[in-house]
Design a protein around this ligand. Structure first.
Ligand code: AMP
Ligand code: ZN
Ligand code: FE
Ligand code: FE
Length: 277
């Protein structure tokens, strides 16, 4: 049988992707994937949009979410896979996070105004719609209002982690993010450690019962992918991956372009079983 591939890191319009969940589903089918996961920031709304639509005999839809956990000054992204999407504690916490993101956006818009950029929160919310609001929506608003020349300028000049309008997300610790995923019956995977660039934090995360590491990612070259596979093996963790597709936001549609073998999903399922035992 030919190798089957999966993409376990995709964003939809429910957070900062440019595609609807239906479109993600269509493209996942076209890419010939065996399984896919919509991993929106702080929400499962994209998953809910299509869960009754997906033909599970042809392609598996994995319930998932990407949380931001604060740890030693870093914004550590934790992917939660195979969670119970209707778990009350998870639902409650995600609702709170949505509001916290709104408050954070208000603070960043206020900083931009202090810097002399005339941008209203209403405009940003208009662009974000029902999505969990984030920096990409603010960047879109700046661009659409002609306050910057291109999308990247928003991050380079204002919204990057060292930028004057940046507001860190401190509303959840990495410990809480991992704990919440476990409470909802899922497994916690460290997202794109190559972007994080803080490998020393992996031992802290191990103590917090991290289950896996994302080795395959659009911003991991072969060297980094192998490095994180070896790291996962060293600690007895699962490894997984995906494209981190944000639709057309990053210029090119990345869904399915990072080759992740199906065996990664099997590893996540085994890690989940081990945790439930
Ligand atoms: P937030 O969750 O509000 O902190 O926004 C994080 C998102 O912003 C990431 O998922 C990326 O899509 C985007 N982002 C972060 N840094 C940059 C950057 N330097 N250039 C372009 N996009 C970025
Ligand atoms: Zn994103
Ligand atoms: Fe991320
Ligand atoms: Fe992501």
């Amino acid at each position: 049988m030919p190798e089957r591939y999966i993409d376990l890191h995709i964003h939809s319009q429910a957070s900062d992707g440019t595609s609807s969940a239906d479109d993600v589903y269509l493209r996942a089918q076209r890419a010939g994937l065996a399984a896919f996961a919509i991993t929106d920031h702080d929400t499962l709304d994209g998953y809910f949009d299509i869960r009754n639509l997906v033909d599970g005999d042809k392609i598996e839809l994995i319930p998932a979410v990407e949380l931001s956990g604060y740890l030693k000054g870093a914004d550590v992204h934790i992917l939660g896979y195979l969670v119970d999407p209707d778990h009350p504690l998870l639902t409650q916490r995600l609702t709170q996070l949505k509001q916290a993101r709104k408050d954070r956006a208000a603070s960043m818009v206020s900083k931009l105004n202090q810097l002399g950029l005339n941008l209203s929160l209403v405009r940003v919310q208009e662009i974000a719609g029902h999505s969990t609001i984030g920096r990409p929506h603010i960047a879109d608003a700046l661009l659409k209002n002609g306050l910057i020349a291109n999308y990247d300028e928003a991050f380079q000049k204002y919204l990057g982690t060292d930028g004057p309008a940046y507001e860190p997300k401190k509303y959840m610790s990495a410990q809480e993010a991992i704990g919440l995923i476990h409470s909802a019956g899922g497994v916690a995977v460290l997202a794109h450690p190559g972007i994080l660039g803080r490998d020393e934090l992996i031992v802290d995360l191990l103590e917090m019962q991290l289950d896996g590491i994302e080795a395959f990612h659009c911003q991991h070259d072969n060297y980094l992918t192998n490095h994180y596979i070896q790291t996962a093996r060293k600690y007895g963790l699962a490894y997984s991956g995906g494209s981190d597709c944000h639709g057309l936001r990053k210029g090119r549609f990345l869904l399915g372009t990072v080759k992740v073998p199906y065996s990664c999903l099997t590893m996540l399922r085994k890690a989940r079983e081990a945790r439930l035992r």
